[in-house]
Design a protein around this ligand. Sequence first.
Ligand SMILES: Cc1cc2nc3c(=O)[nH]c(=O)nc-3n(C[C@H](O)[C@H](O)[C@H](O)COP(=O)(O)O)c2cc1C
Length: 189
Amino acid sequence: MADDVLTFAGYAGSLRKNSYNRMLLRALAKAAPAGVTIRELDISDIPLYNMDLEDNPPPSVVRLREEIRTADGLLIVTPEHNGTISAVTKVVIEWASRPPRDSVLEGKPAAIAGASTGYYGTVRAQAALRQIATIEEVYFMVDPELRVGRAAEKFGAQGELVDEALKAELTAFLDAFANWTRTIKNRRR
Ligand SMILES: Cc1cc2nc3c(=O)[nH]c(=O)nc-3n(C[C@H](O)[C@H](O)[C@H](O)COP(=O)(O)O)c2cc1C
C-alpha cells in the first residue's frame, strides 16, 4: 500500500570525513525496514544562516528545504559539542525553520540519534535538541532514544557497524520511528 511506504530525510550534523554520526546515519539507512527509505541530505554546502538571504536563499538551501518538505519524517543524527548540539546540526534547523510562515519543520515527525566518542552518547545534545520542539512544531519521537557512546569501538575501518547489539537497537528504533510517523500523519489528516 502506497500509504505504508515512508521516506525519511536524514542528516548527520558533522562535516568530518570520518564522522561517526554519518556512519550511524548510514547504518540506519542500511537497517531500514521494508517500505522505509532513508535519504541522506547533502549538507556539505549549506552556509551559515543569514537572514539577509532568507528571501533569496542559495540553491543548496532551496534543495535542502525541498528534500525535508517532501519527506515523511526527519532523522537528525547529532554529535555532542560542548554539551549541546553541533553548529552544523543547528544551521540546518535554522534554514529549515525560516521564514516562519513557510517552515518545513512544522508538523514534521522527527527522530533524534547521536554518536559520541565519550561514554554518554550525546545525551546532553539530544536533550538540547528536544527543546527546539517547544519552539518549532516538530514532533520528536520520545522513545526509544538512540545514543551511541564509545563510537570508535562500534564502527570498523570502512565505517561499517560492527556491534551486533547496536544493530538490533537500530532496527527497533526505525520500527518505532515508522510507527510514530504514521501516527502523527494520521492525526494531522
Ligand atoms: C568542539 C568539540 C566539542 C566536543 N564536546 C563534546 C561533548 O560535550 N560531549 C561528548 O560526548 N563529546 C564531545 N566531543 C567529542 C565528540 O563526541 C567527537 O568528536 C565525535 O567524534 C564527534 O562526532 P563526529 O565523529 O560525527 O564528528 C567534542 C568534540 C568537539 C570537536
